[in-house]
Design a binder for this molecule. Structure first.
Ligand code: SME
Length: 165
């Protein structure tokens, strides 16, 4: 997919996510539809969510092969994104210390934190106080799949999800 096709596909997906989530507040249902939409639109290897439960991430709605069910805080790419409260882009999973290999097919990865609450609402919690409630994890079978276009679009999708949390 060319860079311009990728941007156009994300623009379409973001509009679909907004429409899908407009009348639904159940986070599991929303995560399930977002995972499906991204997976089908881009043909990723694995697309899904891990939800924060105490000191662990627990597998949530996903599309793709079986995955690890629990990831401790600070472990792997997912636990690192949770700990740093930032998106983590991994061009080559073999070069990421502590990467958790749920599938040997995965070659590159992006993990985006999902925060609770609405960042733009008048009574929004300050950004630093917003809780990470989940992470969106996407794996590719190809090296260096994810760039700033993915980061920007997926962070927007995470914010749309946050509003419904
Ligand atoms: N690779 C992830 C684990 C989750 S799977 O990719 C679905 C990690 O290192 O946290």
């Amino acid at each position: 997919m060319s860079p311009s096709e990728k941007k156009q596909t994300y623009a379409t997906v973001i509009e679909q996510v907004k429409a899908l989530l407009a009348d639904e507040t159940d986070m599991i249902a929303n995560m399930a539809n977002v995972a499906s939409l991204l997976h089908e639109s881009f043909g990723f290897w694995w697309t899904g969510f891990y939800r924060v439960e105490g000191e662990q991430l627990v597998l949530g709605p996903f599309q793709g092969p079986l995955a690890c069910t629990r990831i401790p805080y600070g472990r792997g790419v997912c636990g690192t994104s949770w700990q740093r409260r930032q998106t983590v882009v991994v061009p080559d999973v073999e070069q990421f210390p502590g990467h958790i290999a749920c599938s040997s097919e995965s070659r590159s990865e992006i993990v985006v934190p999902v925060f609770a609450g609405n960042a733009v609402h008048a009574d929004a919690t300050c950004a630093a106080d917003r809780q990470v409630v989940a992470v969106l994890d996407i794996d590719s079978r190809y090296l260096a799949t994810f760039d700033d276009t993915d980061r920007c679009a997926l962070e927007q999708i995470a914010e749309i999800l946050a509003i419904s949390y």
